[in-house]
Write a protein that binds this ligand. Structure first.
Ligand code: MGD
Ligand code: MGD
Ligand code: SF4
Ligand code: MO
Length: 749
C-alpha cells in the first residue's frame, strides 16, 4: 500500500478525519496527516492523532485469540467456535436460573467505535439482558436529565459562531469537545468583538486565552453560577420579551434568584465580585452565548444542580435556537436522549433503585448492585470496548464486584485491567482493521457521519464485533436461516422490496429487537468491499429520514424512501465522511418540547434556594484532588503503550507552587498521596497554574502492560484507586472524581 488512506482519529469524540500512509510492512503507520476532505475537521488534528501507531502497533498486549480462564486464574487459548458456544451456554444458563435481567451489559464503544455497540442490542435481546451502562453514566447523565426536563431534546453549543463562549469545568484546548477547538479558541481570543469566560480553578491553556478567568475554589461552581444568574436578574440583563414568548416557569426562578446573597456567594467561590460582575455583564449584553460544561463540574459537588444553574444562565439571556448559541441536533442515533422523568419517577435499577437516565444505570451503583445478597443482583457482566476496572470509581471495589460475579465476558483489542479479571476474553479487530463509526455527530447547521473503511487487514484470530454479536445471537437459536431466507429473497428483487419485507419482520416485536443482526446477515453480504458491518446504518438512514425529513432533504437527498436509500449510499461510499443533514436555525424550536423551554425544575430550584451559607472545610483532608485531568498526551485507556507519552511518562501530580514551597517540594520529588479509599506514591510537578489547596492527577494512567522481558510494568497512578463509589451525585449518581478530599505526606528519600 503506497496510498494515503482516509480514516479518523479515535482518541476523542471529535473523530477528526485523518489519512494514514502505511509502511512497507503493510502494518506500521508510517505517516499520518489531517484529512482536508473531512467535512468538519477539514485537515485539523491536535498533537495526539500523529501518534496513533502506538494504538495499532505499540506495546499493548494485543489479543489474538479467544481466551478462557483456567481454575488457577491463568488463561488458555480456545478457538472461536468453543468460545461462542461456551459463552452463549453460560449466559443462557444464568438467564434461566436468574432471568436475563441478572446479566449486565457495560460499554459498547469508546471515543471512536460505536458500530459494535449498535449490534450488541441484538445480543442483549437474545439473552434477555435488560440493564446496561456505559461511561456516559459517570459524566453526562446529569446534563442529559436536566436538558430533557428543560427542553425535551438534547442540545449542544455553537462555540464556533458565538460572540461569547462560556466554559464551565471544561478545557477544550486539551480535551476538545467541538471541532477544530484550538483554532476556534484562538479566533475568539484574537477577535476584540468576542469574549471567552472560563470557570476553572486551574489556569488551563483555555483559561490563558480567556478574557475572564474566574479561578474559583474547587467545588464551588454552584455558588458562582447562582451568583451570575442573580446578577443577570438584579441588573436587568435578562431577555424579558424572549422569555415571555419562549419560556415557562420564569417567575418561580426569578423569585429565587432575587434573594441570592451575591457578594457572599462570590466570597465562598473566592472570586472577586467585580470580576464576576464584569464577566456576567459581558455575557448578558452579548448577541450570542455558547456554553459548554464538562467534567470539572459534572464530576463535582452539586453536579446535576450545576448543570441546571449553567443552563439558567444562558436561557435567561435567550441563548438558544439562533446562531452562536445552543441548538438541537440531528443524527443517526438517539445518543443522549432521555425522557426527563421528575426525580422519583421513571425506571430504576433493580437492587439500589437508582434512577436510570438515558437507559443507563449510574456507574457508581454497579458494585452495589452486585455485592449484595439481594435476589435481583447482577450475576454476570458482558463488557465491550470499555475498561471499567480502571475507569469507574473505586477500582478495588470494582475488582471485588467482578470477582463476585458468576461470569465476566470481555470484548477488547488488548489485555486490559478488566480483561485480566474475565472468565472469557473475546479479541476484536482494531478500529483501523474494520469498518467503524461513531454516533458522536452533533454538528450544526450541517451534521455529518463518517463510516470509516478499514486501513489494513486484521490478524488471524480476531473478529469484528458485529460478527461476534451475530454468532452469539445465532448460538441461542433466536435467529436461523429460516429468518434470513425470505429477506434475502426479497433483497434479490431490490431494496424497495427488501424494505417492505423488513418492515414486515419489525412487526414481530421479538424479531425487531434482533434487527441489527438480521440486517448484518442479509443486507450485509450484498454491500461492497466487505462492508457488512454497515448494514445497520441502512435502518439508521431510514430512521433519520423519518425523524428529520426536511433536514435530509436540504442536504440534497430528496424525500421519502428514495432519500433514505440515497443517504445510505452516500454514507457507504463517502470514505471521508459525508453531510447527512442541513438545518435551519429555526429547526431547534420544532424539536423542543412544545417549542418552549421550561426553566422551573422544582427539585433543583429548591436546592439553589436553600444552599448553605457557608462551605465546609474538612481539616482531615487539607487538599482537593482532581482525579483524572485531560492533558496533552492522555486518551482515556485507549492508548496503552506507555511510550506514546514522550515527556512526563508517569503523569505527575500537579500542585501549586505555594503549597510546594511550604512543603519543601521541588519538581520530581515523590510524595505519598492519600484519600479515604487509597494511598499511593507519586511524583510532583509544582506549577503556578494551580490554586493553593488543589491537586491534579492525569486521566488514563496506571495501565499495566507486559515488557519485552515478560515482566508486567505499571506506569503512573490509576486515579480510581483513590476514588470512592459513594462519593456521587444525589440525583443521577455521577461520581465526584474532581473533588476527592486528599492529604499529602512527604516521603524520605
Ligand atoms: N487529551 C485528552 N482529551 C480528551 C480525553 C482524554 O483522555 N485526553 N478524553 C475525552 C473525554 S472521554 C472527555 S469526557 C472529555 C473531558 O474533557 P474536560 O472535561 O475538559 O476534561 P478534564 O480535564 O477532565 O476537566 C476539565 C477541567 O475541569 C477543571 N476543574 C477541576 N475542578 C473543577 C471545579 O471545581 N470547577 C470547575 N469549574 N472546573 C474544575 C479542571 O481544572 C480541568 O481544566 O475530554 C475528551 N478529550
Ligand atoms: N477518576 C476518573 N475516572 C474517569 C474519568 C476521570 O476524569 N477521572 N473520566 C471518565 C470518562 S469521561 C470516560 S469517557 C471513561 C472512559 O473509560 P471507558 O469507557 O472504560 O473506556 P476507555 O478508557 O476509553 O477504554 C476503551 C477500551 O476499548 C478498547 N478498545 C479500543 N478499540 C477497540 C475496538 O475496536 N474494539 C473493542 N472491543 N475494544 C476496543 C481499549 O483497549 C479500552 O480497553 O473514563 C472515566 N473514568
Ligand atoms: S484527539 Fe485530537 S486529533 Fe484526535 S479526534 Fe480529538 S481533537 Fe481530533
Ligand atoms: Mo468521557
Amino acid at each position: 500500500m503506497t496510498e494515503w488512506q482516509p480514516t479518523a482519529c479515535i482518541l476523542c469524540e471529535c473523530n477528526c478525519g485523518i489519512q494514514i500512509l502505511l509502511g512497507p510492512d503493510g502494518r506500521s503507520f508510517e505517516k499520518i496527516r489531517g484529512d482536508k476532505l473531512h467535512p468538519t475537521s477539514a485537515g485539523y488534528t491536535c498533537n495526539k492523532a500523529l501518534r496513533l501507531d502506538h494504538y495499532q502497533n505499540g506495546r499493548t498486549d494485543r489479543l489474538t485469540s479467544p481466551l478462557r480462564r483456567r481454575p488457577d486464574g491463568t488463561f488458555e487459548e480456545i478457538d472461536w467456535d468453543t468460545a461462542i458456544s461456551e459463552v452463549a451456554a453460560r449466559l443462557r444458563e444464568i438467564g434461566l436460573r436468574h432471568g436475563g435481567e441478572s446479566i449486565f451489559y457495560y460499554g459498547g464503544g469508546g471515543q471512536g467505535n460505536h458500530l459494535g455497540g449498535a449490534y450488541a442490542t441484538a445480543t442483549m435481546a437474545a439473552f434477555g439482558i435488560r440493564y446496561r451502562s456505559s461511561a456516559l453514566a459517570q459524566e453526562k447523565t446529569g446534563d442529559f436529565w436536566v436538558g430533557a426536563r428543560m427542553a425535551g431534546h438534547p442540545v449542544r453549543a455553537d462555540v464556533e459562531h458565538a460572540e461569547v463562549a462560556l466554559f464551565v469545568g471544561k478545557n477544550p484546548y486539551q480535551s476538545h469537545g467541538f471541532p477544530r477547538a484550538r483554532t476556534v479558541l484562538k479566533e475568539i481570543a484574537r477577535d476584540p468583538n468576542r469574549s471567552m469566560i472560563v470557570l476553572d480553578p486551574v489556569r488551563t491553556e483555555t483559561a490563558e486565552l480567556a478574557d475572564f478567568h474566574l479561578q474559583l475554589r474547587p467545588g464551588t461552581d454552584i455558588y458562582l453560577l447562582t451568583a451570575m444568574a442573580a446578577i443577570l436578574v438584579r441588573d436587568n440583563l435578562i431577555d424579558h420579551d424572549w422569555l415571555a414568548e419562549h419560556a415557562l416557569g420564569v417567575d418561580e426562578v426569578l423569585a429565587v434568584l432575587r434573594a441570592v446573597p451575591i457578594e457572599r456567594y462570590c466570597a465562598i467561590a473566592d472570586v472577586r465580585l467585580d470580576l464576576v460582575t464584569a464577566a456576567t455583564h459581558r455575557l448578558g449584553r452579548a448577541a450570542s452565548v455558547a456554553a459548554l460544561e464538562d467534567l470539572g463540574v459534572q464530576m463535582n459537588r452539586y453536579s446535576t444542580v450545576v448543570s441546571y444553574a449553567e443552563k439558567l444562565v444562558w436561557l435567561l439571556t435567550g441563548n438558544i435556537g439562533k446562531p452562536g448559541t445552543q441548538y438541537a441536533f440531528t443524527g443517526l442515533s438517539n445518543l443522549g436522549f432521555d425522557r426527563g422523568h421528575p426525580a422519583g419517577a421513571g425506571p430504576r435499577s433493580p437492587v439500589v433503585g437508582a434512577p436510570i437516565v438515558s437507559g443507563l444505570v449510574p456507574c457508581n451503583v454497579i458494585t452495589e448492585e452486585i455485592l449484595t445478597d439481594h435476589p435481583a443482583r447482577y450475576r454476570a457482566m458482558f463488557v465491550e470496548s470499555a475498561n471499567p476496572a480502571h475507569s469507574l470509581a473505586d477500582s478495588a471495589r470494582m475488582r471485588e464486584a467482578l470477582a463476585a460475579l458468576e461470569l465476566v465476558v470481555v470484548v477488547d483489542v488488548a489485555m486490559t485491567e478488566t480483561a485480566r479479571l474475565a472468565d472469557y476474553v473475546l479479541p476484536a479487530a482494531t478500529q483501523f482493521e474494520k469498518y467503524e463509526a461513531t454516533f458522536f455527530n452533533f454538528d450544526f447547521p450541517r451534521n455529518i457521519f463518517h463510516l470509516r473503511h478499514p486501513v489494513l487487514p486484521p490478524p488471524p484470530g480476531v473478529l469484528a464485533e458485529p460478527e461476534i454479536h451475530a454468532r452469539l445471537v445465532e448460538a441461542t437459536g433466536a435467529l436461523t436461516e429460516d429468518d434470513y431466507a425470505p429477506l434475502r429473497a426479497a433483497l434479490s428483487r431490490g431494496r424497495e422490496t427488501f424494505a417492505t419485507a423488513f418492515l414486515g419482520v419489525l412487526a414481530d416485536r421479538n424479531k425487531a429487537k434482533l434487527a441489527p443482526v438480521l440486517l448484518y446477515r442479509t443486507l450485509g453480504p450484498t454491500l461492497p468491499d466487505g462492508a457488512d458491518a454497515a448494514a445497520m446504518l441502512w435502518a439508521a438512514a431510514h430512521n433519520c429520514v423519518r425523524r428529520f425529513p426536511h433536514s435530509v432533504e436540504r442536504a440534497g437527498y430528496g424525500t421519502g424512501l428514495a432519500a433514505a436509500e440515497a443517504l445510505f449510499e452516500a454514507i457507504l461510499t463517502g470514505e471521508h465522511g459525508v453531510v447527512i443533514t442541513e438545518d435551519d436555525y429555526d429547526e431547534t424550536w420544532k424539536r423542543l418540547r412544545d417549542s418552549k423551554v421550561q426553566l422551573h425544575i422544582p427539585e433543583l430550584l429548591q436546592v439553589i434556594a436553600t444552599l448553605p451559607d457557608a462551605d465546609d472545610d474538612p481539616a482531615e483532608w487539607p487538599y482537593v484532588l482532581a482525579a483524572g485531568e485531560r492533558r496533552a498526551f492522555t486518551a482515556n485507556t485507549i492508548m496503552r503503550d506507555p511510550q506514546w507519552r514522550k515527556r512526563d511518562s508517569g503523569g505527575a501530580l500537579r500542585i501549586s507552587t505555594t503549597d510546594a514551597r511550604r512543603l519543601g517540594l521541588a519538581a520530581g520529588d515523590r510524595v505519598r498521596l492519600t484519600t479515604r479509599r487509597g494511598s499511593t506514591e507519586v511524583t510532583v510537578e509544582p506549577t503556578d497554574r494551580m490554586r493553593s489547596g488543589h491537586l491534579s492527577l492525569p486521566n488514563g494512567l496506571g495501565l499495566t502492560v507486559t515488557a519485552p522481558d515478560g515482566a508486567t510494568v505499571t506506569t503512573g497512578v490509576a486515579p480510581n484507586e483513590l476514588t470512592a463509589f459513594d462519593s456521587r451525585d444525589e440525583w443521577v449518581g455521577t461520581p465526584w472524581h474532581k473533588y476527592v478530599p486528599a492529604r499529602i505526606d512527604t516521603v524520605n528519600a
